[in-house]
Design a protein around this ligand. Structure first.
Ligand code: DSN
Length: 411
């Protein structure tokens, strides 16, 4: 980054600081990951200079023959990776991707079923403060208080009662497998469109460690930067029948010019995810999450649904007499990044909720094993206990730096 250093040393220095923070910190934010240098090189390329509103072979600007080649390659690789009939690789991020789907297949006021935010859903799945909840009539399903799991009989009951136009399955803080086939059966019973938002687990699906909704669902959205380990962006996959509406919903419906440099990064990420080692990665992400969850539970931490099938877990930190925010702050002091999270039926406020969401996608990328994941659980536990003891926290920080040095990231 010599040019940046010469032109703008302030931003260069900030990037150096962030590189250092990532290199010597333990990243447990469930929605984060470390993308490869190859993906970053594509994102930092001259493709950022181009305008290409429209789609392959049908652009509203000249000079797009090279961009067409890139976008077609991204499409072909994505189809091979997920086995989808159609994909739009242009969404800038997850919420715009979901917005484009709603715009394509719904009218304002139409009824949709989605998982409630504090039960593991997402803002764009119908929360009242989000455009989704303002423009559409979302009816929310929940997890069960006793099990922390979605009861599909209850989803069916709600669907039969409410007769939604669309049923949305997906989450940002739910650690159990979704029963895609059952969702589809219920949707068929009431004549609803099926939409899955697999943003959190797309990499685990691509790596064949989890079942895919793609064969069953009409529409599947995902971000590309979480377990899929690509650039910060999204895609929309769908059955051929919805292709035209989805493409129109995204452009001109929602977005203008696609970010070609980011789309090239997606193409690289799809290529990487098609390699056999990515399947190993996906399996290891889940093994690490399960090892960490088991160790935390052994130490008396309450995990919602008592474990995990994927890369994440939501820990009820009040089981240790501490709030989600206090936990996040204490862990930050030793160099562990996590995100506070509401838990189902939370009695605390979202800014300082009861839970902490933890994920293993990033640490697995840098080579942490199950044994390391158990060590991380031990470090979390000791940090929470010593949260007011600055000396003890300093020693834990040293341990973390040593652990990170065993698994170098970019250096
Ligand atoms: N912010 C993402 C997450 O953390 O899950 C979802 O948009």
């Amino acid at each position: 980054m010599k040019n940046l250093q010469q032109t703008d040393s302030a931003i260069y220095d900030i990037i150096q600081k962030e590189t250092e923070r990532q290199e010597y910190g333990i990243e447990l934010i469930a929605s984060e990951n470390y993308t490869s240098k190859a993906v970053m090189e594509a994102m930092g390329s001259v493709l950022t200079n181009k305008y290409s509103e429209g789609y392959v072979g049908k652009r509203y600007y000249g000079g797009n023959e090279v961009i067409d080649e890139m976008e077609q390659l991204a499409i072909d690789r994505c189809k091979e990776l997920f086995g989808c009939e159609h994909v739009n690789v242009q969404p800038l991020s997850g919420s715009p991707a979901n917005a484009a789907v709603y715009l394509a297949v719904l009218k304002p006021g139409d009824k949709v079923l989605g998982l409630k935010l504090d039960h593991g859903g997402h803002l764009s799945h119908g929360h009242p403060v989000n455009f989704s909840g303002m423009l559409y009539n979302f009816v929310q399903y929940e997890v069960e208080k006793e099990t922390g799991r979605i009861d599909m009989d209850k989803v069916r009951e709600i669907a039969l009662r409410e007769k939604p136009k669309m049923i949305l399955a997906g989450f940002s803080a739910y650690s159990r497998n979704l029963d895609w086939k059952r969702f589809k059966e219920i949707a068929d019973e009431v004549g609803a469109i099926t939409m899955a938002d697999i943003s959190h687990i797309a990499g685990l699906i691509a790596g064949k460690a989890l079942e895919s909704p793609v064969p069953y669902f009409d529409i599947v959205t995902t971000t590309t930067h979480k377990t899929l380990r690509g650039p910060r962006a999204a895609i929309i996959m769908c059955k051929e029948q919805y292709a035209k509406a989805i493409d129109k919903g995204l452009f001109p419906g929602m977005q203008g010019g696609p970010h070609d440099h980011i789309n090239a990064g997606k193409a690289v990420a799809f290529y990487e995810a098609l390699q056999p080692e990515f399947q190993e990665y996906a399996k290891n992400v889940i093994k690490n999450a399960q090892a960490m969850a088991n160790e935390l539970m052994k130490r008396g931490y309450k995990i919602i649904s008592d474990g995990t099938d994927n890369h994440l877990m939501v820990v009820d930190m009040t089981s240790k007499g501490v709030s989600g925010k206090e936990s996040e702050v204490a862990l930050e002091k030793v160099g562990i990044s996590t995100s506070r999270s509401t838990i189902p039926f939370d009695t605390r406020k979202p800014f300082d909720p009861s839970g902490l969401r933890i994920g293993t996608a990033a640490i697995t990328t840098r080579g942490f094993t199950e044994e390391d994941s158990v060590k991380v659980a031990d470090i979390i536990d000791r940090t929470i206990q010593a949260r007011d003891d600055e000396e003890a926290l300093k020693k834990i920080r040293e341990e973390i730096i040593a652990l990170c040095k065993e698994h170098p990231l970019y250096q």
